[in-house]
Design a protein around this ligand. Structure first.
Ligand code: AHR
Length: 489
């Protein structure tokens, strides 16, 4: 037969309700993410608070559920008191070697989250900071009154709590690159003590802690602090072969598509080994592809520090399709993976490129918008069979199936990862081969290396199409993502 791939979507299983916090974001104080990104007082594009309104509008299109801030590596020597009230103190950040004026601090972050319709998620300094400094920050934000720091907040013009629901202890504190890095034993004790104090101030917070898909680091952490935390934060960056003067490499990028699923499985196994598999969940609170490979061997940190990740030509259809695989992996594991934050949201390698005169929605922006905007809240257990993408172990077809709350529409996310070849695909839904025309949204471009830039911002954009099925069969164009909507009787 001419069929290259088959999809089966049973309708009699128990669907999984995923968390909309999988459509989360991350903004860190380095490069032009905050200053010259989301916040640019004095720009004709900004409001009276200094928030870039074009950025707010674009972010709202992504229907963000939650935003993590202020780091990243940045947070590991950040002191929140420098960024509150009328007298801001600048500080020299050791992670990125930049001076931060601290004019964008806690209150500005919470206000920006409100502007884009997302919940704030504060990541604390567990590098050079103490358990007490972390709990003082919770007090400043969430204690209604009666504490030194809640009173300071009131003095700063916010008698009502800032009501930050998500908090985490630390960022990648296992890493040698991190300021104040810890050994597993040191980490376990610090997290337990910080968690106790933070919860004493506000019992209702959702508390995360920096972990990794590594038994040696995460098991002692869970043994000591497991009773106090709700989620473990893990980070997923997958390397792609591009950057700077190098052309993007589609196969290397898309070849990473199984990475997220592997990390999820490894982390689930650690949670189970700690006996916490039914209570503690996973936040992929930084994720993205990253291009590090510089032809002259320049180090990763140097590439980042020089802001070379801002080159729009390196964010292609490959990034859009990898992002779809990432999100599909998380939604499929939606009972355990309960948050994911694209890292970062703006500039460097983020979905939104912000420049002084406007914004560019990169290819990945459209993937995020489709997932956050077009899918039902429940995931069905779909299966797919196809050959692998040449030179990789990655199936050429990826499928995610979701269903509406009312059960009257199924959404199929069909990704053809092949850069050149159309995929003939046969879909069976509830035991019947799909027939006829169904409305769909198609994200593709003229070529696999297509990208959006200031001069051509719409090379990769979604289009409304009709997908035709005959005896279950349909043709998926190369390097494409299709969301098909099938009404159920
Ligand atoms: O590139 C961003 C950095 O990557 C973040 O600061 C850190 O958490 C991660 O290592």
């Amino acid at each position: 037969s001419s069929t290259d791939a088959t999809v089966g979507v049973p309708l009699d299983g128990v669907p999984v309700r995923y968390s909309r916090d999988l459509f989360g974001h991350f903004v860190e104080h380095f490069h032009r993410q905050v200053y010259g990104g989301i916040y640019e007082p004095g720009s004709p594009l900004s409001d009276a608070s200094g928030f870039r309104l074009d950025v707010v509008e674009a972010m709202r299109e992504l229907r963000p559920s939650v935003v993590r801030w202020p780091g990243g590596c940045f947070v590991s020597s950040y002191h929140w008191l420098d960024g509150v009230g009328p007298d801001r103190r600048s500080h020299y950040d050791k992670a990125w070697r930049v001076s931060d004026p601290n004019t964008f601090g806690t209150a500005e972050f919470v206000a920006w989250c409100a502007a884009i319709g997302a919940a704030p998620y504060v990541c604390t300094n567990a590098g050079t900071g103490t358990a007490e400094e972390m709990s003082d920050w919770v007090e400043y934000c969430n204690l209604p009154e009666g504490g030194r720091w809640s009173d300071l907040r009131a003095q700063h013009g916010s008698p009502e709590p800032l009501a930050v629901p998500f908090w985490s202890i630390g960022n990648e504190n296992y890493g040698a690159w991190e300021m104040g890095a810890k050994t597993p034993a040191e980490w376990a004790v610090l997290v337990r003590e910080a968690a106790k104090m933070m919860r004493r101030v506000d019992e209702s917070i959702t508390l995360l802690t920096a972990a990794r898909a590594d038994l040696e680091w995460t098991l002692p952490l869970l043994e000591a602090a497991g009773p106090y935390v709700d989620m473990v934060s893990i980070h997923g960056y997958w390397d792609k072969l591009d950057q700077v003067d190098h052309p993007s490499d589609y196969r290397t990028a898309v070849g990473q598509s199984l990475g997220p699923q592997h990390d999820i499985s490894r982390t689930v196994a650690i949670l189970e080994a700690a006996g916490l598999g039914d209570r503690v969940t996973i936040a992929f609170d930084e994720w993205n592809l990253r291009g590090w490979h510089h032809p002259d061997g320049t180090s990763r940190r140097a590439i980042e520090a020089r802001d070379r990740n801002d080159d729009n030509s390196t964010y292609t259809m490959a990034d859009a399709l990898f992002s779809a695989s990432f999100l599909s992996s998380c939604l499929r594991a939606g009972d355990t993976v309960r948050m994911a934050n694209i890292a970062p949201s703006v500039n460097t390698r983020g979905p939104l490129f912000v420049h002084p005169d406007g914004v560019v929605r990169r290819s990945t922006f459209h993937t995020l918008a489709l997932f956050a905007g077009e899918l039902g809240p429940l995931v069905l257990d779909a299966t797919a069979t196809s050959r692998t993408l040449d030179g990789t172990d990655v199936p050429v077809l990826d499928v995610l199936a979701t269903v509406s709350e009312a059960g009257d529409e199924v959404q199929l996310v069909l990704v053809n990862r092949d850069p050149e070849r159309t995929l003939e695909c046969r879909v069976s839904l509830g035991g019947r081969l799909l027939e006829g025309d169904h409305p769909a949204t198609l994200l593709t471009a003229d070529g696999p290396d297509a990208y959006n830039d200031v001069d051509h911002p719409t090379s990769v954009v979604p289009r409304s199409v009709t997908t035709h099925f005959a005896e279950g069969g349909t043709a998926l164009g190369p390097h494409s993502l299709t969301v098909v909507r099938v009404a159920l009787p």
